[in-house]
Every structure is written in structure tokens, then in C-alpha cells.
Design a protein around this ligand. Structure first.
Ligand code: SAM
Ligand code: SF4
Ligand code: SF4
Length: 394
């Protein structure tokens, strides 16, 4: 067997059960922090974006995320009692919103596998930011259950959906999800989402529907152009994501990363592009619009995005926090440990206790893994200690 064909599954070191200590000062009367919607971390980054993993389970086994060899029938998923209830999630979300969060993304695992997730969407949709606005409420899904759920999610108040789709070729798609799931069902889900109102809202405008494609060199780079052609002019933004060294089990290798610059070059050779301004500070995707004959952005053809998490670090304005399925707060996608907010919640903490604790934790944050990786090269030494993406959410 050649090296390229040798399975490179790294054994899982379970990091889920060793939480970081909560800052004791947070509950001292003289050090209490009252949220004013503007907490900053050590690098002056505000807290704006919260990703909540609502389940650590998934019906797919994408090799780059939950390889079958590790996530098999013996894998110890979290027991139901460990999961945050919808009420607990909403109460924590409210605390984050009080500190400045404006955007909440539900993720997993596969979030649509969480029973009655629409009820949670409804509770979160009722929250208001510090300046009285609705939250930007979104969800990332593999799309397998979307045809059934799109309407009820919309009715519950979900504003946007991101569907992960790594190719249009059925054989490629089935092999990447590794459970033989047909691509046509995901395409039906995307269509159902469009019909439910997640699609573009105005001519050429960007709607509430995005597609994420993880590009793995040697696996699906030949799907880049067909995907670009398929979604061009559809009002659906397609984003290409560099294959990342998240978690500890996917056997990540740099030579399987296709840099975004190459993705752009490839598309550009067939479909001319112009670079667009970022839509918001802390935005992870670099935006490119399809160009018209004069080299200007043709809004009716739409845009694509590239997320260069490996080749172009963007920690400088990272304003994202992640809440795991069992209520641990992670300050970085590449963190080894999280803060056990569920324990605090279940100990009878008041809203003021929760807010002060979260404020102190965020003020102490100095994570910038991707910046350091760019400076030092990929840290394979830490790979065995990182939590899995399916647990803290992408
Ligand atoms: N199951 C849902 C899905 O696939 O959309 C939500 C959870 S999944 C962990 C969230 C996102 O992370 C997906 O778009 C997936 O493609 C991406 N992802 C997972 N592992 C990745 C990796 N190693 N590198 C880059 N993106 C990854
Ligand atoms: Fe499941 Fe999403 Fe991970 Fe694929 S990327 S295994 S669909 S959680
Ligand atoms: Fe944010 Fe960590 Fe990613 Fe940097 S590496 S952008 S700090 S999640």
C-alpha cells in the first residue's frame, strides 16, 4: 500500500472531560462584571458570534471530520442527560447576547438530528441584541434532513442556512460522506430551503442560503468548477473551505490542503472574478464576484467566497465563541479544553453570576492558533489533545 493510500487515522484522546477552571474572581462582589454589550478580550476582540453545537451525533461520516474508524458503533457519544436542554441553551445564549453577541449559529454534529430543534430556534429567535435588534440566527447542516425540515425551521424564525456540499458527482459525494448518501437528496434539501424562503430576496441579491464545500486535494478538487457553474447565478453563495487540521482524528496533512488562492486561480481561468469588499468585520470568507464583460461585478451572476483558515490566518478579528453540546465554552476552534458553563448553570447560578463569569472568561482570552500556526508551521504535536469539530461545532 502506498503512503497516500495508507489510512492515517490518529487515535482519539478524549479531551471532553477536563474542563478549565472558571475564573474565581468573577463571583467576588468587588470584581463583578455587569454586561454592557462590549466586552473585549486580551487582543481587543469583541464577542459577537456564538456557535452552538446541539448534538455530537451525525448520520454522515465525512472522513475529514468523523472518520468511521474512530466514530464507530463503540464510540461513546454524550448521554442525553449531559446535553444542555433548550432552556439551558437559551439562558446561556441570552448571557452571550448581553455581552455583545449578534449572531448565533446552530451546528453539531448534525443539528437537524436534535429532536424538535425548531423549538430551540423559536426560543433563540425571540432574543434581542443589546440595541434591541433580532439576532442573525443561522444553522449549518449536511442537508440530509432539510427537505423535511426547511419549512418548519423557517416558520420557527431561522433566518439563514448553510448547507455543506463537497461535490455534485454522486460517486464523489457518497464516498466523502462515507455512508453512501446520495447527492440528489441534499440538492432536494437545498431546493426545499429555497422554496421555504431562505433563497435570494431580491434580484441578484444575496439570500439566506449558502453552500460550504471543503476542498481536499486528491479527493474533490475536480468538483470545484462544476460546483461554481452550478451555483453561479442562483443567488446562493458558494464558499470553498480549506481542509483544516481540526480535531485529532482526521489524519490531516498539509499536502491535502488546496490553498484558496489556487481555487480562485482555477475558477478565474474559466469564469472571470473580481474581488469584493468584506461584508462585516471578523467575516471569515474573502468574497469574489463574477465579473461582467467590462470586468465589473455582475450582481446577477452572484459571488463566491473562500475561507483560508490554513493559508491565511484571520485570528486578529476573531470574535467567535463556541458552546459544546454539553455546555463547555471554547474560545478557539483549536482549543484543547473548555469552561464548564453547564456545571455553573446547574449549580444554581444567577443570571448575574453567569454574565460576570462569561465576561471574565472573555476578558482573559488570548487564543490565536491560526496566526501561530502560520508563524511556526502546523502544530501536529497538539493534534492528539484537540477536541473534535463534531463536538464543539464548526
Ligand atoms: N453536520 C453539519 C455540516 O456538515 O454542515 C454541521 C457540523 S460540521 C462540523 C460544520 C462544518 O465544518 C461543515 O461545513 C464541514 O464541512 C466543516 N468541516 C468539518 N471538518 C472540517 C475540516 N477538517 N476542515 C474544514 N472544514 C471542516
Ligand atoms: Fe457530520 Fe458535518 Fe462532520 Fe460531515 S462535517 S461528519 S456531516 S458533522
Ligand atoms: Fe479564531 Fe482560533 Fe480560528 Fe484564530 S484559530 S480564527 S482564534 S477560532
Amino acid at each position: 500500500m502506498s503512503e497516500a493510500n495508507t489510512p492515517r487515522i490518529v487515535p482519539l484522546v478524549d479531551q471532553r472531560h477536563s474542563p478549565l477552571a472558571l475564573p474565581p474572581a468573577a463571583l467576588e462582589a468587588s470584581r463583578r462584571m455587569v454586561p454592557v454589550g462590549a466586552v473585549l478580550d486580551q487582543l481587543d476582540r469583541p464577542l459577537r458570534d456564538l456557535r452552538i453545537s446541539v448534538t455530537d451525533r451525525c448520520n454522515f461520516r465525512c472522513n475529514y471530520c468523523m472518520p468511521k474508524e474512530v466514530f464507530d458503533k463503540d464510540y461513546a457519544y454524550l448521554p442525553h442527560a449531559s446535553l444542555l436542554s433548550f432552556e439551558e441553551i437559551t439562558r446561556l445564549a441570552q448571557t452571550f447576547v448581553a455581552h455583545g453577541v449578534r449572531k448565533i449559529r446552530l451546528t453539531g454534529g448534525e443539528p437537524l438530528l436534535r429532536k424538535n430543534v425548531e423549538a430551540l430556534v423559536g426560543q433563540l429567535a425571540a432574543l434581542r441584541t443589546v440595541d434591541g435588534q433580532s439576532l442573525d440566527l443561522t444553522l449549518t447542516t449536511n442537508g440530509s434532513l432539510l427537505a423535511r425540515k426547511a419549512k418548519s425551521l423557517r416558520a420557527a424564525g431561522l433566518q439563514r442556512i448553510t448547507v455543506s456540499l463537497d461535490g455534485l458527482d454522486d460517486a464523489v459525494f457518497r464516498s466523502m460522506n462515507d455512508v453512501d448518501f446520495p447527492v440528489s437528496d441534499v440538492l432536494d434539501g437545498i431546493e426545499a430551503a429555497r422554496r421555504a424562503g431562505f433563497g435570494p430576496t431580491r434580484e441578484g441579491g444575496v439570500g439566506g442560503l449558502k453552500i460550504n464545500m471543503v476542498v481536499k486535494r486528491g479527493t474533490n478538487e475536480h468538483e470545484i468548477l462544476p460546483m461554481a457553474r452550478h451555483f453561479r447565478g442562483s443567488g446562493i453563495v458558494l464558499r470553498f473551505i480549506e481542509y483544516m487540521d481540526v480535531g485529532a482524528t482526521n489524519g490531516w496533512r498539509m499536502d491535502e490542503v488546496m490553498p484558496s488562492a489556487e481555487v480562485i486561480e482555477l475558477i478565474q481561468a474559466h469564469l472571470p472574478l473580481v474581488q469584493l469588499d468584506p461584508s462585516a468585520p471578523g467575516e471569515t470568507a474573502e468574497r469574489w464576484g463574477y465579473a461582467d464583460a467590462d470586468g465589473r461585478h455582475d450582481a446577477s451572476a452572484g459571488e463566491i467566497g473562500v475561507i483560508s483558515s490554513v493559508t491565511q490566518a484571520f485570528c486578529g478579528d476573531c470574535n467567535r465563541a463556541r458552546l459544546s453540546t454539553e455546555g463547555k465554552l471554547y474560545l478557539c476552534l483549536f482549543a484543547s479544553n473548555g469552561y464548564d458553563l453547564r456545571a455553573l448553570l446547574r449549580s444554581g447560578a444567577s443570571d448575574a453570576d453567569l454574565a460576570s463569569t462569561l465576561g471574565h472568561i472573555w476578558q482573559g482570552r488570548n487564543d490565536r492558533y491560526s496566526d501561530l500556526r502560520s508563524a511556526l508551521g502546523p502544530d501536529t504535536s497538539g493534534a492528539g489533545r484537540r477536541v473534535e469539530m463534531s463536538y464543539i461545532g464548526g
